[in-house]
Design a protein around this ligand. Structure first.
Ligand SMILES: Nc1ncnc2c1ncn2[C@@H]1O[C@H](COP(=O)(O)OP(=O)(O)OP(=O)(O)O)[C@@H](O)[C@H]1O
Length: 599
């Protein structure tokens, strides 16, 4: 649209420029000067008009030819002036020329060669001839002068006519110029009207286009809606067909159902009679169930009593077995080169309670002497005994802890004798090699699950401490607090012993025990400069607090299971320790002898 407007504007401007140019051209057009003979532009203008309108052009040409051939001496009469004159001028010139030509034709030639020549000696004859010729020539001159006067007068009248014609031409030119100017003004107005009309048309065209675009989008929306509706109708038709088919099927099924219902009614009748019989039977059964329920309650009461009896029996058994029991476990040789079989061991006894050690020594006389030592314990575990075998023996003690007893299991022995292995297991334990602590927790967890049916709910919390050089460290706490926090031992009135500011972990699943042992081992390693030495020279105590409550009977129990890995016991004389080591050994021995005193 802008382009078209610009184009219109430029076209309009061009037309304006052209019209100005036209005016300038008209202004530049030379005006006719009456004193100067007609100029080329005027002649061209008139010639173009006269060529079309005037039939006398040929007459003018003829006049010019005649004038040129016969009146060459007249300088005022030019070809141009004659050519540019109107037909009237041409006509009058033509008549003058005719008369002049007639006169010229009537004259005899001055030197007529056809005349008879006069001999040179005839002077008189020749004089007469010359006089005759002079007379003739004078007459001709007179005639020409007369003709010239005629032509001059004719020319003057024609000049007047020419001026008149020129004036008309000037008037006409003015009229033409005015007309052209008026036409130009009208043309400009028409052009302006055209431009504004054109602009209006462009605007309305744009409006129409927008409307058209709107109609088109509306149309496409309607088309989309139409297609959608068509699809919906098709879908509905399909669904309708399906429904009709289904209806037929349902009708068929209904008929089948009718038949089936009739059968069912029959069956129902039979069943009703069966139900009546069953109800009678049920009543009989209900009374029997009632009596059974009473019986079950009695059984549960008996079971509870039995459970109590079991506890008592278990307690008695443990007492009979001895409140303090000592087992001996002989670890296998780990490296045959560094640990040669110096001692022969023999295990015997009905309950594997004895062992005989035979050693070879040299007498003072140099003879080899065999010395035998027999030891008896509550149970002896040979090197082949597994972790499972060891745990079976202490599992009854673990049960006692659940029954509300305080149980302590110590591992005592020399450095490297297998105390940590027995209590915790190796660094990366398997199900086979896991030690007494994880096994004890696993058993407690299983028994707690079983006891739930008798109404028992247990809470299990574990603590892990280390006693190094008479100082207590919390193995489940932050190792950076070692030496900062002072833990104290409290003996309570109810006979229980507790340690202050210890971290307690709820051990409600065996996996948590694994995590707890890992953390304790890490802390033990962090607190030591050398792990083996530190673990060898410190006591570790794992305490499991078990509190149970029976919602059915209202009974409560509170037991403690302590699993203790004691520091390696060395004889001072044999260890050869000095300095810090000596102090460590002294502390260990002191604590071990205290323990021995207590036991
Ligand atoms: N019954 C066993 N079967 C196999 N290997 C064992 C057994 N007992 C101990 N060991 C191994 O013997 C080595 C020493 O065992 P452990 O560290 O348990 O002795 P320790 O008495 O705890 O020593 P310390 O007093 O230095 O702590 C370990 O490599 C351990 O794996």
């Amino acid at each position: 649209m802008n382009n078209s407007v610009t184009n219109n504007k430029s076209a309009h401007a061009k037309r304006r420029a052209d019209s100005n140019l036209g005016i300038k051209r008209q202004q530049q057009r030379p005006r006719l000067d009456m004193n100067q003979a007609p100029r080329i532009p005027v002649r061209s203008t008139l010639a173009s008009r006269s060529n079309h309108n005037s039939p006398t052009a040929s007459t003018t040409e003829r006049l010019s030819n005649i004038s040129a051939s016969s009146i060459t001496s007249n300088s005022r009469l030019s070809n141009a002036s004659i050519n540019s004159n109107s037909s009237r001028i041409s006509a009058s010139s033509s008549s003058s020329t005719k008369s002049m030509s007639a006169t010229t034709k009537a004259k005899k030639p001055i030197f007529d060669k056809t005349k008879k020549s006069i001999p040179t000696w005839d002077t008189k004859g020749r004089l007469n001839q010359l006089q005759a010729q002079l007379t003739e020539t004078s007459e001709e001159v007179n005639e020409i002068e007369k003709l010239q006067q005629d032509l001059e007068s004719s020319l003057q009248s024609k000049d007047g006519m020419l001026r008149e014609a020129m004036q008309k031409v000037t008037d006409l030119e003015r009229t033409i110029q005015e007309t052209e100017e008026r036409h130009q003004d009208e043309l400009d107005k028409i052009r302006e009207r055209f431009v504004s009309k054109n602009r209006e048309l462009i605007y309305s065209n744009e409006r129409r286009k927008k409307q058209f675009a709107g109609f088109e989008s509306e149309l496409s929306t309607m088309e989309f809606e139409y297609r959608k509706t068509k699809r919906t109708i098709e879908d509905e038709e399909r669904e309708n067909t399906t429904l009709k088919t289904q209806k037929r099927q349902v009708e068929g099924s209904l008929a089948e159902l009718d038949a089936a219902t009739r059968n069912k009614r029959l069956k129902k009748k039979n069943l009703m009679s069966e139900l009546t019989a069953a109800e009678e039977k049920s009543e009989t059964l209900s009374s029997r169930i009632e009596s059974k329920g009473q019986y079950i309650q009695e059984l549960q009461r008996t079971l509870l009593q039995n459970e109590k009896l079991r506890r008592k029996d278990h307690d008695k058994l443990q007492e009979l077995k001895g409140n303090i029991r000592v087992f001996c476990r002989v670890r296998p040789a780990i490296n045959s080169k560094t640990e040669p079989n110096l001692i022969n061991a023999r295990f015997f006894g009905d309950d594997n309670e004895s062992m005989e050690l035979t050693e070879l020594t040299s007498s003072t006389l140099g003879r080899t002497i065999t010395k035998s030592h027999t030891f008896t314990f509550d149970r002896v575990f040979s090197p082949e005994a597994s972790q499972k075998d060891c745990f079976e023996e202490i599992s009854q003690l673990v049960q006692s802890a659940l029954d509300g007893f305080n149980v302590c299991i110590f591992a005592y022995g020399q450095t490297g004798s297998g105390k940590t292995f027995t209590m915790q297991g190796p660094t990366f334990p398997t199900e086979e090699t896991s030690g007494m602590i994880p096994r004890a927790v696993q058993q407690i967890y299983e028994v707690v699950q079983q006891l739930k049916q008798f109404g028992w709910e247990y809470n299990m919390e574990g603590q892990f401490l280390e006693i190094y050089n008479e100082t207590i460290n919390d193995l489940l706490g932050n190792s950076s607090n070692y030496g900062r926090i002072k833990h104290e031992i409290h003996h309570e009135k109810n006979g229980k012993t507790s340690v202050t500011e210890m971290t307690s972990v709820v051990l409600d699943s065996p996996s948590k025990v694994k995590l707890m042992l890992r953390k304790a081992n890490q802390n033990r390693a962090t607190g030591a400069t050398n792990m083996n030495e530190r673990s060898s020279r410190s006591h570790s105590v794992f305490t499991l607090q078990l509190t149970g409550r029976n919602a059915a009977t209202g009974e409560t129990t509170s037991g403690i299971l302590n699993l203790i890995d004691l520091a390696g016991s060395e004889r001072l004389s044999m260890s050869g320790s000095t300095g810090d080591r000596l102090r460590e050994t002294q502390a260990i021995n002191k604590s071990l002898s205290c323990l021995g005193d207590k036991l």
